[in-house]
Design a protein around this ligand. Structure first.
Ligand SMILES: NC(=O)c1ccc[n+]([C@@H]2O[C@H](COP(=O)([O-])OP(=O)(O)OC[C@H]3O[C@@H](n4cnc5c(N)ncnc54)[C@H](OP(=O)(O)O)[C@@H]3O)[C@@H](O)[C@H]2O)c1
Length: 264
């Protein structure tokens, strides 16, 4: 029997989970992508692209496709989709799991300032008297850094936003992780970076800049993750697979009990 599973994706964990689940063979695997990237890499299994139209739209989709399990593997900074999934799964009485890589933790020698929003981040840059700032925050939130005309920015992105936000003094660097430690060291030195601003995305691919910053005593302004819906959460694809095995086995045995004649 094939159990339809919806993976809310857009992360490397989402791709890995789809791959592994298709390999298991007992699930109909549907990955959902938001559609922000023009030519996204397609996950294994079935794929749907684009928003659902809020909670209402997602509830409709879950019913229409006969989804039995939902795994929210969206990015740690995708602030909204997880809440929509939580509301929709409550309404549809479906099990929901959050798959989220652990955040980075500061280590001895780090000069981190953990902030909850960009206003606090900019105030801290001012307090530091930073002049040459490495912005590694993705492209969606660059607008917060316009108008800081006395600062110079190195802005690293996977692709350029259209239109470009009016950051007056900036060098735009197009690159996709993983980034090697030696390259990150060279980057900080070459551009004489005196502060880094980034989001606590976690994971290996973009962590080397933090080590290079620690070695150089460069301060890091680290945006903390948004609050998440109260959903059971795991950190690895293995744990997500174990959860699916367990909930699908429970559903199976509940059905068997319902189907068997009641005892005298
Ligand atoms: N934010 C980041 O830093 C970041 C980084 C890397 C990758 N991503 C990926 O990019 C996507 C969009 O990020 P975001 O920050 O805009 O998310 P978001 O703020 O949580 O979501 C905004 C809206 O986009 C739609 N959406 C988001 N993820 C979706 C998915 N997997 N499938 C279908 N619709 C989705 C939903 O629209 P409807 O209300 O119409 O359903 C949602 O309400 C996510 O899938 C995320 O995993 C985000």
């Amino acid at each position: 029997m094939s159990h339809p599973v919806l993976i809310l994706g857009g992360t490397s964990e989402g791709y890995m989970l789809a791959d592994r689940l298709v390999g298991v063979g007992r699930f109909r695997v549907i990955s959902s992508l938001a559609g922000r990237t023009e030519t996204p890499r397609l996950p294994a299994g079935e794929v749907r692209i684009g928003g659902f139209g809020g909670v209402e739209g997602l509830v409709g989709y879950l019913h229409q496709q006969g989804i039995r399990f939902v795994i929210d593997a969206t990015h740690p900074f995708a602030a909204q989709m997880g809440w929509h999934a939580w509301s929709a799964c409550q309404r549809a009485s479906l099990p929901l799991l959050r798959l989220e890589r652990p955040p980075w933790q500061p280590e001895p020698g780090d000069r981190w300032r953990q902030v909850t929003d960009w206003t606090e981040a900019i105030a801290y840059l001012r307090w530091l008297n930073a002049a040459r700032v490495f912005l590694a925050i993705g492209r969606q939130e660059l607008a917060h850094f316009t108008g800081l005309d006395d600062l110079w920015f190195l802005i690293r992105l996977v692709s350029l936003p259209d239109p470009l936000p009016p950051v007056r003094q900036a060098e735009w660097l197009l690159a996709r992780g993983p980034f090697a430690l030696d390259d990150e060291r060279a980057l900080l030195d070459r551009y004489r970076i005196d502060a880094i601003v980034c989001k606590n995305s976690g994971g290996e691919a973009t962590a080397a800049k933090l080590i290079a910053a620690r070695e150089r005593g460069i301060p890091v302004v680290m945006l903390q993750r948004p609050e998440r819906a109260p959903v059971p959460s795991v950190a690895t694809v293995e744990a997500a697979l174990a959860w699916l095995e367990s909930v699908s086995a429970n559903q199976g045995s509940a059905k068997t009990q319902q189907a068997s004649p009641s005892s005298p």
